[in-house]
Design a protein around this ligand. Structure first.
Ligand code: ADP
Length: 270
């Protein structure tokens, strides 16, 4: 009977089973809490630019007969809209990364290409601030992963390095092989991060100085994205910093075995 079956089933449940079940439940609850927090944070973060935009729109309407004011406030509306668009873009990126299996397009990726592309994209902001971007180190290393995600990660580190550095300083991105890992280190001579904040900067929406982050167009999501990209590639990211002297962010990724060189073409018959 089904009753007998149930008894047999219950008898088969070992303490290990219960432990696994409890762990699954804890994990599920933890994920649920993360998801809930994220939704609350996102709503809060979206309210600020949306509120600013509607205030600015009202101001423009009121100032319709003052062309100079219209020009000024429209400019601020555009900046606010750009910030909102960056925020939405990063929220989408992050939620995609938070879903398991985001690394669907894993392929062999050249670290040189990733760094070159990230430097290229960060160049405009660096130039505007007269920050010198220098890249160097080991060449020819390969990892398995998603090229675009890795470019985003390195670029986020570079954008931060530039944003939190005074004009005329230098930002260095160095690639180094350490046994079966590659280290991509982004070194700046900027404002640095106090010890107490160092472990928190990778949290979503955490900013050491919200006003400053806002001025630089920051969303508080950049490092959180870097952390997820690193984890999805089986790597990690860490920070070393001295306030007032600079910061070093290091992205560590497992190396892929270098692709075998194609066999030499057979010698042409004499
Ligand atoms: P944001 O969009 O605000 O830059 P991030 O997640 O990229 O968000 O960084 C979180 C916070 O960490 C920043 O607001 C800033 O306070 C701090 N931070 C990040 N990178 C650096 C850096 N290179 N130098 C100093 N502070 C930094």
């Amino acid at each position: 009977s089904s009753r007998l079956l149930l008894q047999v089933r219950v008898a088969q449940v070992t303490p290990e089973h219960l432990l696994v079940l409890a762990e699954d439940l804890t994990q599920a609850r933890r994920l649920e809490a993360i998801r809930r927090d994220f939704v609350v944070n996102v709503s809060h973060e979206l309210k600020t630019p949306v509120g600013a935009l509607s205030l600015l729109a009202e101001t423009v309407q009121d100032a319709a007969d003052d062309p100079e004011a219209v020009r000024r406030f429209s400019g601020r509306m555009r900046a606010e809209a750009a910030r909102l668009s960056a925020l939405v873009h990063e929220i989408i990126e992050l939620s995609r990364l938070q879903v398991a299996g985001a690394l669907e397009d894993a392929a062999v990726v050249e670290v040189d290409d990733v760094v070159a592309e990230a430097v290229d994209r960060a160049r405009t902001t660096a130039d505007a601030k007269a920050v010198r971007l220098v890249a160097g180190g080991d060449r020819g290393l390969v990892v398995v992963g998603d090229h675009n995600l890795l470019v985003t990660a390195v670029r986020n580190l570079l954008d931060n390095a530039v944003a939190y550095s005074p004009e005329g300083t230098r930002v260095n991105v160095g690639v180094r092989r350490r046994e079966d890992l590659v280290e991509i280190a982004v070194v700046d001579e900027g404002i640095g991060i106090a010890a107490a904040d160092q472990e928190r900067v990778f949290e979503r929406f955490y900013r050491v100085d919200p006003a400053r982050s806002r001025d630089t167009g920051g969303t508080g999501l950049g490092l959180s994205i870097v952390k997820h990209v690193a984890a999805d590639h089986g790597g990690d990211v860490s920070v070393w910093s001295q306030p007032g002297r600079g910061s070093t962010f290091t992205l560590r990724l497992p190396l892929a075995a270098a692709p075998a060189r194609p066999a030499p073409a057979p010698a042409a018959p004499a």
